[in-house]
Design a protein around this ligand. Structure first.
Ligand code: MRU
Length: 340
């Protein structure tokens, strides 16, 4: 399969190349990020988005703090720490961001040998973060595909596909692998207000892969389930607490409630880097609040009175008791969930 690469090294090796997701589905625009601030801005503005892709961009991004003039490992360490503090503050909910930056920090601590090789070690570590994510996506896809029957009608929310990861995605990985296994599927993609990751991104990448997709407004999902058009729901995650509570794009929680009401299995797919055993339950997950203008100017024009207050959380938490199973690169986890 021809995998889209939302994050990679730039052709000259001195930057991070991203597919600017704000431009999709109108245009496929790649940009080379040259500085730590460029990477911060790309994550903050959702040019790069999706938990695993954010982590990969962050790991690569901190290396842009180095210019080869560093005198010793202490100077390298200080520059990487400052870069990690900056990029790590770009978005709070996806644990993959801190996870990837933690790996870069550990690579410095564990580095042995000539300090001049530290820069190369950090580039290697960031590349490993990318390659391991690609591998985990494939594993998730294989475990997830076992839950998908031939002819399945699948509902998904937001974008948990190749655009959000270093590989074939998480929720969509299960769909891609099922299709590769010869199963026919029909995907329903929630539009995903307010930024339309479902209609702009999921529908775009599924059509690019030749997979049938129907876009619906978020509010139509429960009716679709009631009409018995859906066999399973599968979504991604931004953070999974030790007890299996899942933070994901706003609108996931009502989808899980509707799925329970209509007896539709509700699956979450995520790699190891999205699990946060240090957070006991969803109550401990910080939910990003985004700008009111994302709601007030929904489609480039005024979509709410300027003086109306706006509630715009980017994520919600789905309690683990609404989740049929969590699919990771390690397998299919069934309740009760205890992640260590
Ligand atoms: O705000 P976004 O677009 O970064 O939110 C993305 C999601 O919520 C995805 O569903 C999640 O990160 C899983 S990505 C494999």
């Amino acid at each position: 399969m021809d995998i889209i690469q939302p994050v990679s090294w730039s052709a000259d090796g001195y930057g991070v190349r991203i597919l600017d997701q704000r431009e999709l589905p109108t245009r496929e625009v790649y940009r080379d990020l040259r500085t730590v601030d460029d990477v911060y801005d790309a994550i903050r503005t959702l040019s790069v988005r999706g938990a695993p892709a954010i982590g990969i961009a962050a790991a690569m991004g901190v290396t842009l703090a180095l210019d080869g003039t560093e005198a010793d490992r202490f100077e390298v360490g200080a520059k990487i720490r400052n870069a990690a503090a900056r990029i790590g503050g770009a978005r709070p909910t996806a644990v993959n961001l801190g996870w990837a930056l933690g790996r870069m920090g550990r690579a410095i601590v564990e580095h042995r040998g000539d300090p001049s090789s530290l820069h190369a070690t950090l580039i290697d570590e960031a590349t490993r973060v990318l390659m391991e994510d690609r591998h985990m996506c494939q594993q998730i896809g294989e475990h997830g595909a076992s839950l998908i029957q031939d002819g399945a009608r699948i509902l998904t929310h937001c974008n948990a596909g190749a655009l959000a990861t270093g590989g074939v995605g998480t929720a969509l990985a299960a769909i891609y692998v099922a299709v590769q296994q010869g199963k026919s599927v029909e995907v329903y993609a929630d539009e995903t207000r307010p930024l339309l990751q479902g209609s702009r991104l999921t529908a775009w990448e599924l059509r690019r892969a030749g997979i049938p997709v129907t876009v619906l407004v978020d509010g139509a999902a429960a009716s679709l389930m009631r009409d018995r058009e859906i066999d399973l729901v599968i979504v991604g995650a931004d953070r999974i607490a030790a007890n299996g509570d899942v933070a994901n794009k706003i609108g996931t929680y009502p989808l899980a409630i509707a799925a329970r009401h209509h007896n539709v299995p509700f699956y979450v797919a995520a790699p190891e880097s999205t699990f946060d055993p240090a957070t006991k339950s969803g109550d401990g997950i910080l939910i990003e609040q985004r700008s009111a203008d994302e709601v007030r100017f929904g489609f480039g024009s005024l979509t709410a009175p300027l003086d109306a207050a706006v509630y715009n959380p980017a994520f919600d938490v789905t309690p683990s008791d609404l989740i049929t199973a969590i699919i990771s690169d390690r397998g299919v986890h069934k309740p009760p969930y205890i992640f260590r």
